[in-house]
Design a protein around this ligand. Structure first.
Ligand SMILES: Nc1ncnc2c1ncn2[C@@H]1O[C@H](COP(=O)(O)OP(=O)(O)O)[C@@H](O)[C@H]1O
Ligand SMILES: [Mg+2]
Length: 253
């Protein structure tokens, strides 16, 4: 059976000043699945991600038109609080920065922001998030140590743990492995594959191999337009558009 849609994007256009970055994009994203966003640099992938949790409106001059529905509710409706949306839709960037505090404080940051004070609740949430990111065994004896002492791959998993600690329903990942070596990358891939059983994942990746291995659905963007989207195997085996075919063959990129 097909999964229901967690996110439905309809006729989404985004402008920075007069310049159009996304041009009437429509895409449905099934729940508890991995959708990979691919396309050449500047085609609008990050803009698309930021539209799903209303991060774009933190950028001056950015204007969003069209609809993004989360569980059927238009997230841009005037009565919807963007803070609530960002709680439900977490985001991790290419080089997410760990805060200059302990490992523990990094993980529970979002919970503290919400006013959670109970030591027990914070500790349990920290352990759970670190287990989900396969970090627990690596750091459980030094939770009070500075996060910045961790390796690049561990820091990236810590940032994912920080996003997970508030139990988001959707996780947006913007090239989370592009600065990592292959071993650290495969660690993150394992973690994300696990997470897809409970969370809807939208993942920007530069790596065709990663998109192919990891995703259920692929969406290919080019110059602000969604050229095509579909089941991963279908896109890789029989893309409908020449632009997609050329991109997958590495003609441009
Ligand atoms: N903060 C911004 N201000 C102005 N223009 C932006 C901003 N962010 C992105 N853009 C422009 O929007 C277009 C899409 O960018 P982006 O979404 O970052 O693409 P991608 O993530 O695919 O590389 C590009 O032309 C880029 O220059
Ligand atoms: Mg980007």
């Amino acid at each position: 059976m097909e999964k229901p849609f967690k996110i439905q994007v309809e006729s989404l256009s985004v402008r920075y000043g007069a310049r159009i970055a996304l041009d009437s994009v429509s895409l449905d994203i099934p729940e508890r699945s991995i959708t990979a966003l691919i396309g050449p640099s500047g085609c609008g992938k990050s803009t698309f991600l930021r539209s799903i949790n209303r991060m774009n409106e933190l950028i001056e001059n950015c204007r969003v038109e069209g609809q993004v529905r989360l569980d059927g509710i238009d997230i841009y409706h005037p009565q919807v609080d963007p803070i609530e949306i960002r709680k439900r839709v977490g985001m991790v960037f290419q080089r997410s920065t760990c805060f200059a505090t302990s490992i523990f404080e990094n993980v529970v940051f979002g919970l503290r922001l919400r006013g959670e004070r109970s030591r027990d609740v914070l500790e349990a949430a920290c352990e759970e998030a670190l287990r989900k990111t396969a970090l627990w065994d690596e750091v459980k004896d030094r939770l009070r140590a500075p996060a910045q002492g961790l390796s690049g791959g561990q820091q990236q998993r810590l940032c994912i743990a920080r996003a997970l600690a508030v139990r988001p329903e959707v996780l947006l990942l913007d090239e989370p492995t592009s600065a990592l070596d292959p071993i650290a990358t495969s660690r993150i891939e394992e973690v994300i594959r696990e997470l897809a059983s409970e969370c809807t994942i939208v993942w920007v990746t530069h790596s065709m191999q990663q998109a192919k291995r990891m995703s259920d659905q692929v969406a290919f963007f080019h110059m602000g337009k969604l050229v095509e989207a579909g089941k991963t195997q279908e896109i890789f085996e029989s893309p409908k558009h020449e632009l997609t075919l050329n991109y997958l063959r590495g003609v441009f990129g």
